[in-house]
Design a protein around this ligand. Structure first.
Ligand code: PLP
Length: 423
C-alpha cells in the first residue's frame, strides 16, 4: 500500500517496525561500500593477459615505430583504428592518450581557459564563463568547473537528453555559455542515452558564443547491459553537417574495458580542434605511453574483440544490476516512495527518494555501515535542490554484498520517508 494511503495509526506502527528493523541492521555491523563506479576484481581479471603483453622483445608497432621511445603524439594507429570504429569517429581525427580521459577533459578545459579555442577571440579566462550541467550528472565534471571558477547552470536530464528548450535558449541568448557536459551513452548516473535527434539539435542549435563547446564524454559507449546495444552516434559528422564542425570535443577511455587507471584514453574532434589539442599537448608531454597502446591493441585485437570483452563484463555485472532492481521493487515498490532508473548500460542506478530525504537516507545508511555516494554528489557544488537523488554503484562489491547493501538501503529509505511523514 502506498505510504500516502496509510492512516496516522498505521504510519506510527510502521515507524515502530522500521525502527526495530533499522536497529537490527545497525547491530549487524556491516561494512559495505556502494560509493564509486569501479570495476569488480573479476572484471579486472578478464584482462590479466595485458600484464604480460606485449611481451619480451615486443616493442615494434605495425608501422615499425619503436614504442619504447619518445614521439607519436597522436598515439599508435592500431589502437586508434579499433576505437575509431567503436566511437564512430574518423581515425584521422582520433587521438589516443595516456591513462585517463578525465585528464584530457581537464586539459582541453584549461587550454580553452588559458589560450582560447580555435574559434575564440581571446582566452576564456578573460570573460565570465558558464557551463550547462545536465543533472543528475558526473560529479568530477562539476568539480572541474568548480576548480576553475566556471559558473554552472543545471538543466534537467531526462532519459534521452537534457531539457532541450532550456539548453537552446541559454546557448542562443548568453555568450557566457561556452560549454555543456554530456555523457551521451548510459549517462552517469541516470543511464540516459542521447538519441540521434537530440544529438542533431545539440550540434545544430544557434550559439551566442562562436566558441561554444559540447564536452561529449562517451565514457560508457560500449558498456551495454542488454541485447539492445545502443551504437555511438556520429556526433562529429552531424556537427560538420550542421555547419558547426568545431563544436564537439569527444572523450572516452578503456578504464572500464581493461584496467581502470592503467588503460588508454581518447580524444576526438574536428581536424582543426585535433591540431589545436595536439599543439598544446606537445608542450605538456613528448608523447603518450605507446607501449600501453601496443599492449592494448594486441590484447583487444579489433572492435569486435572489444565487443566480445564487453559481453564478458556484462555477464559479471548484469546480475548485480538485476539484484538491485529486484530488491528495490520488492521492498519499495508497493509503498510508492521512490523511483529509480533501469539502465540499458553503464555503471549506475539513480534512485530518487521523497524530496528532502536523500541526506537523511545516506546518513542512516552510513550509520548502518553502508557507504553510499554523498547525497547531492550528482549536482554542481554537491547541492541537490530537492535533496532526493542517490547514486547506486553496484559493480564493485560481490553479489551478496550488493544484495545486503540494497536491503539495508531500502530500510533506510522507508524509515526516512516515514519519519518525514510522522514528524
Ligand atoms: N567520465 C565518466 C562519465 C565517468 O563516469 C568516469 C568514471 O567514473 C570517467 C569519465 C573517468 O574516466 P577515466 O578513467 O578515463 O578518467
Amino acid at each position: 500500500m502506498s505510504l500516502s494511503d496509510l492512516s496516522s495509526a498505521d504510519l506510527a506502527a510502521l515507524h515502530g517496525e522500521l525502527t526495530t528493523a533499522y536497529d537490527t541492521l545497525v547491530g549487524k555491523g556491516l561494512k559495505l561500500d556502494l560509493t564509486r563506479g569501479k570495476p569488480a576484481p573479476a572484471q579486472l581479471d578478464l584482462s590479466n593477459e595485458l600484464l604480460s603483453l606485449p611481451g619480451e622483445g615486443e616493442f615494434k608497432a605495425a608501422d615499425g615505430t619503436d614504442v619504447r621511445n619518445y614521439g607519436g603524439g597522436q598515439g599508435l594507429p592500431e589502437i586508434r583504428e579499433i576505437f575509431a570504429e567503436l566511437l564512430n569517429v574518423p581515425v584521422a581525427q582520433l587521438v589516443a592518450g595516456d591513462n585517463a580521459s578525465l585528464s584530457i577533459m581537464h586539459d582541453t578545459l584549461v587550454y580553452s581557459l588559458l589560450k582560447g579555442t580555435v574559434d575564440s577571440e581571446r582566452p576564456w579566462v578573460q570573460d565570465e564563463i558558464t557551463f550547462l550541467c545536465p543533472v543528475p550528472g558526473y560529479d568530477r565534471h562539476f568539480a572541474l568547473c568548480e576548480q576553475y571558477g566556471i559558473a554552472m547552470e543545471t538543466v534537467e536530464l531526462g532519459s534521452d537528453g537534457p531539457d532541450l528548450e532550456t539548453v537552446k535558449r541559454r546557448v542562443a541568448e548568453d555568450p557566457s555559455v561556452r560549454g555543456i557536459w554530456i555523457v551521451p551513452t548510459y549517462a552517469n548516473p541516470n543511464g540516459a542515452v542521447y538519441t540521434e535527434e537530440v544529438t542533431r539539435e545539440l550540434v545544430s542549435m544557434p550559439a551566442a558564443a562562436p566558441d561554444f563547446r559540447i564536452f561529449w564524454d562517451n565514457a560508457y559507449a560500449v558498456h551495454h547491459l542488454t541485447d539492445h546495444e545502443n551504437p555511438a552516434v556520429d556526433v562529429l559528422g552531424l556537427a560538420t553537417e550542421a555547419g558547426n564542425p568545431n563544436r564537439v570535443f569527444v572523450f572516452a577511455s578503456t578504464s572500464k574495458i581493461t584496467f581502470a587507471g592503467a588503460g588508454v584514453s581518447f580524444f576526438a574532434s574536428s581536424p582543426a580542434n585535433v591540431t589545436w589539442y595536439l599543439k598544446h599537448l606537445g608542450k605538456r608531454t613528448i608523447g603518450p605511453d605507446k607501449l600501453n597502446h601496443l599492449r592494448h591493441a594486441r590484447y583487444l585485437g579489433s572492435a569486435d574483440g572489444v565487443r566480445a570483452l564487453m559481453r564478458k563484463h556484462r555477464a559479471i555485472i548484469e546480475p548485480k544490476f538485476e539484484q538491485v532492481e529486484t530488491i528495490l521493487e520488492e521492498r519499495l515498490g508497493s509503498y510508492q516512495v521512490a523511483t529509480w532508473t533501469r539502465p540499458e548500460g553503464g555503471y549506475f542506478i539513480s534512485l530518487d527518494v521523497p524530496d528532502g530525504c536523500a541526506t537523511r537516507v545516506v546518513a542512516l545508511a552510513k550509520q548502518a555501515g553502508i557507504a553510499m555516494t554523498g547525497a547531492g554528489a550528482a549536482f554542481p557544488y554537491g547541492r541537490d535542490p530537492r535533496d532526493r537523488n542517490i547514486r547506486i554503484a553496484p559493480t564493485f562489491p560481490s553479489p551478496d554484498d550488493v544484495a545486503a547493501a540494497i536491503e539495508g538501503l531500502c530500510t533506510c529509505v522507508l524509515l526516512a520517508a516515514v519519519e518525514q511523514r510522522t514528524s
